[in-house]
Ligand binder design. Structure first.
Ligand code: DC
Length: 233
């Protein structure tokens, strides 16, 4: 990249389910003019395809084939799988749990990471997931580990479900979240972990705006230093 070209920036946001990653990453990307990448949605799309094809989540060979063959297109807040909009279809409890199960398979992760790097090498991104700061972009310009208490994370998911008209009980949601957190943070390949150089941010008592402002402040101070960065516009 020529020296006078604006810099391409990668903001990595990792953390457990319900910590507010999607909301914050989307808001930040909008404000910065960067591309928002929800990597969890990519794992979910592959899990959805497996459900539809009756492929066993535990079959590493077949699952890797699906992950490699999946044509995944992301637009802000929307996702397409093989040309079909699956934004709503990937948000069921079966797909949530399936995504976490297939995410333990190294071949699936390799396929997803390759797609994620391809995007982040072209444009400035706010990318959220579990392994962005540790594996996908270890050289990200800013890494945030976004967390919240388990009670607050369950409360947020409950509100989200209700807003969609889905009635679930708090105890069922808490159990599902606990199981997923446990699997995501103990798998052998790229477990959910805070990168040593990531900033830990607890959003339990913060509003969406407060979290977004805190991250923007860090980005200005550390990355842009008053200079221009490359937005996708
Ligand atoms: O962010 P999410 O809850 O939509 O992600 C769904 C699952 O996908 C999550 O339980 C673990 C997996 N995942 C992952 O292993 N690595 C990522 N970078 C993103 C998600």
């Amino acid at each position: 990249m020529a020296e006078n070209q604006p810099k391409r920036v990668v903001v990595a946001i990792d953390g457990p389910a319900g910590a507010g990653k999607s909301t914050i990453a989307k808001a930040l990307a909008e404000r910065l003019g960067f591309t928002y990448i929800d990597t969890g949605a990519m794992y979910r799309a592959v899990a959805l395809w497996a459900v539809r094809q009756s492929v066993d989540f535990a079959d590493p060979h077949r699952m890797e084939q699906l992950a490699l063959a999946a044509a995944i297109e992301l637009a802000p807040g929307r996702i397409q799988l093989n040309g079909e909009d699956v934004t709503a279809a990937i948000r069921t409890p079966e797909v949530s749990s399936g995504a976490s199960k297939i995410a333990v398979i190294p071949g699936v992760r390799r396929a997803m990471v390759a797609k994620q790097r391809e995007i982040g090498q072209k444009v400035s991104v706010v990318m959220e997931g579990r392994d962005i700061g540790t594996v996908v972009f270890p050289d990200a310009d800013l890494k945030v580990f976004l967390d919240a208490s388990v009670e607050e994370r369950v409360r947020r998911r409950l509100l989200e479900s209700r807003a969609k008209g889905v009635e679930t009980s708090e105890s069922v949601l808490a159990a599902q979240m606990k199981e997923r957190d446990q699997r995501d943070s103990t798998r052998a390949d790229a477990p959910l972990a805070q990168a040593p150089d990531a900033v830990y941010l607890d959003s339990t008592h913060l509003s969406e705006d407060e979290v977004a402002e805190a991250i923007l402040k860090m980005l200005r101070a550390r990355v842009t230093n008053g200079k221009e960065y490359q937005s996708h516009e």
